[in-house]
Design a protein around this ligand. Structure first.
Ligand SMILES: [Zn+2]
Length: 58
């Protein structure tokens, strides 16, 4: 899957028991929802990702 903004290949992160599609280039975060084919962009996931990256960087 590619980023809808810049078409960079998205990275998949496992967060809080779910998966998020993340673009490291532009910061897009998409959450896959079972009932929808299109990922949903949520601000809360960007915050979660920020915490994940902080922990990952240590
Ligand atoms: Zn992007």
């Amino acid at each position: 899957m590619d980023c809808p903004r810049c078409e960079t290949t998205l990275e998949t992160y496992a967060l809080a028991g779910s998966e998020a599609e993340v673009c490291e280039r532009c910061g897009y975060v998409g959450v896959s929802v079972e009932h929808e084919s299109e990922p949903v962009e949520l601000e809360s996931w960007q915050e979660a990702l920020r915490r994940f990256e902080e922990k990952h960087a240590e």
